[in-house]
Design a protein around this ligand. Sequence first.
Ligand SMILES: Cc1cc2nc3c(=O)[nH]c(=O)nc-3n(C[C@H](O)[C@H](O)[C@H](O)COP(=O)(O)OP(=O)(O)OC[C@H]3O[C@@H](n4cnc5c(N)ncnc54)[C@H](O)[C@@H]3O)c2cc1C
Length: 391
Amino acid sequence: MVGGGIVGLAVAARLLESDPERRVVVFEKESAIARHQTGRNSGVLHSGLYYRPGSSKALNCREGKALMEAFCAAERVPLELCGKVVVATDEAQLPALDELERRGRANGVDLERVDAAGLFELEPHARGIAALHVKEAGIVDYVAVCERLAARVTERGEVRTGLRVAALEPGPDGVTVRFESGAPPEHFDVAVNCAGLHCDRVARASGLEWPQRIVPFRGEYWELVPEARHLVRNLIYPTPDPRFPFLGVHFTRMTDGSVECGPNAVLALAREGYRWRDVSVRDTLDALSYRGFQRLAVRHLSMGLGEIVRSISKTAFVRALQRLVPAVRAEHLVRVPAGVRAQTLSPLGALVDDFVLQKDGAVVHVLNAPSPAATSSLAIARRVADLALQP
Ligand SMILES: Cc1cc2nc3c(=O)[nH]c(=O)nc-3n(C[C@H](O)[C@H](O)[C@H](O)COP(=O)(O)OP(=O)(O)OC[C@H]3O[C@@H](n4cnc5c(N)ncnc54)[C@H](O)[C@@H]3O)c2cc1C
């Protein structure tokens, strides 16, 4: 197993659950698990509102959410079904809100449409003309989930940190795992690539012809100072622009009581570039020279520039937040660490929306696992394990 994020750990736990005698090893390049997307996300347990009915995202999110609730109850991991509101701030957003309502109902989500007065009752400081109240949305501590998954894995298997996998070479009788450090290769019956921001590179190094590429989009966050936390009871989201897979900057109460604001979406200048000054020439050239990125950039130039302005200027970020909660002020916000999304982009410049799993001999590659993959991880793990064990 490559990758000690939530997907890799969930798959490893699932493989051991289906056969406790199986030898399962998770290889993680960092010195600890959950250092990247999983440990730097919004901590939301998504309900399945946004996704096209019948899509892999919709199915895995619904199933994964139920599995996550059961897992957290069994393992005593903090999880709270606090509910969220998705707010339309003007008439132009109503068709998109209608479509979300339709999708949500088709996906079986417990939701209610409310007007401005109904919104006021739920979130007194939010402003909007209509909203969806998604009662079953929640918050969860995904790092704690990973710690519990890793504990289950290490009961019989291993999580080996500080080891970067170079390639997974499928052969007639299994898979050879090669490491970048020159550590001796290891042999397994099956292998799974859950390398997140590096999954496309691991796949290509392993011989898979994969024309799509991961483009890293950083999401930056601010946090409300304790005196301003009363402005947000639970989760306040905007009505998302249907042209993008990102949900727009929102307010998220975390399980520790803090309230995060964000994330935006700017091109990261390194796959794990959490600040503007984190630059990898290889990663930047990789993104900028990719036809898919060039097409996307031309198509959405003004949106992209707007995101950059919101990244550089706190005033612009605050203005975006004030559309949802007008009482928020710049002095209420302090910077907190950013996350970087692994977003698969097609050569035609399309942001690949659905989860993508690809089997190549005895190797399964998880090639697109963006949000809500943390919510969906335990369901994705079932699909991946079934695929890996299929003859
Ligand atoms: C800003 C942001 C907000 C989000 N909010 C939410 C949310 O609220 N709810 C939700 O459900 N989802 C959310 N997501 C999505 C969710 O976090 C991810 O979909 C999920 O964490 C993906 O997990 P993963 O295991 O695939 O990737 P990761 O967590 O990135 O794990 C991949 C691991 O692989 C390791 N690795 C990479 N290459 C190698 C190699 N060659 N050898 C060994 N190890 C390697 C990495 O070090 C890393 O630990 C958010 C994501 C971001 C970035």
